[in-house]
Design a protein around this ligand. Structure first.
Ligand SMILES: Nc1ncnc2c1ncn2[C@@H]1O[C@H](COP(=O)(O)OP(=O)(O)O)[C@@H](O)[C@H]1O
Ligand SMILES: [Mg+2]
Length: 268
């Protein structure tokens, strides 16, 4: 069941369909009624809601300019939240600065400019650990286990890597701090289909290893295939939400956001 939340029936519809099994569980992250924007008086988010329970992989899709990146930035203290709230494990983190959020257990991988090109892979990973240098060796081992390719190339400069490899470095760096929740902004953007697939598989693997993930994606169909639940954002508001499968099968979502080929692609 997906839910349109801008209609007259909005008050009775559940905000987060698909979360019934988490009744009584403290969400990892919970954003309520977010109104946020870059400039005073200009709101980009107009009342967004998003919840992520322990172990979930959450997908956020929607048209260009819908506010997906703005939502992630608001969760990561980079866009001013004018009203509404964000909690992490039940504690209020609304408008905390990014460094405080990293310390509290939020990892963020922006879409672009997410590695230090002149530093080696290992130096990039070290930058991810500036808050806990003593844990570096221990975390490095865990991360190289997840990303064996990075271990092989640890001395190579990040600037000389392909787009997909840079994306791995960026994700690995965020994971160095062992975050409770990882925010990913379009990890598959700009990659070839094969590399895109690798990115989705890796994201799922990281999630299965116990990290809750909130992922914005332009590859909506693929995103809905792998996420537990998804949110469709439109004009800074939740348009639909539900399990990945429900959204992928929802005729309205298909018509408005996935295109008519969605069914065929899904079946293949
Ligand atoms: N740094 C910024 N300053 C002012 N407006 C911005 C900035 N970044 C994005 N916006 C505006 O916010 C809206 C949503 O953008 P964004 O969150 O990037 O959308 P999406 O990620 O869904 O494509 C757009 O209208 C965009 O022009
Ligand atoms: Mg974006």
């Amino acid at each position: 069941m997906s839910t349109a939340q801008d209609g007259a029936g909005a008050t009775t519809a559940p905000k987060h369909p698909g979360t019934e099994k988490f009744a009584g569980v403290e969400p990892v992250m919970n954003a309520t009624d977010l109104v946020a924007g870059y400039l005073p008086g200009v709101n980009i988010l107009n009342g967004c809601d998003l919840v992520c329970y322990p172990g979930e992989l959450i997908g956020i899709i929607g048209p260009n300019g819908a506010g997906k990146s703005t939502l992630l930035k608001a969760l990561f203290g980079q866009v001013k939240i004018h009203s509404g709230s964000v909690t992490l494990g039940g504690a209020d983190i609304t408008n905390l600065k990014a460094n405080k959020l990293v310390e509290a257990g939020v990892g963020f991988v922006p879409q672009t400019n997410n590695v230090f090109p002149s530093l080696t892979i290992e130096e990039n990973l070290q930058m991810g650990m500036f808050l806990r240098p003593k844990k570096f060796a221990e975390r490095l081992e865990v991360i190289y286990d997840l990303f064996p390719v990075l271990a092989d190339r640890r001395g190579q400069r990040a600037g000389s890597l392909s787009g997909g490899e840079r994306q791995s470095v960026a994700m690995a760096r965020a994971l160095m701090m062992d975050p409770k929740v990882l925010l990913l902004d379009e990890p598959s953007a700009g990659l070839s289909p094969v590399r895109q697939d690798e990115t989705f598989i890796r994201t799922r693997r990281i999630n299965k290893a116990g990290v809750s993930v909130i992922m914005v994606e332009q590859n909506a169909r693929r995103c809905l295939q792998i996420c537990d639940r998804g949110y469709v954002l439109d004009q800074g508001r939740n348009a639909y939400s539900g399990t990945g499968r429900e959204l992928a099968d929802d005729p309205k979502v298909i018509e408005l956001y996935l295109g008519t080929l969605a069914k065929d692609v899904d079946a293949s």
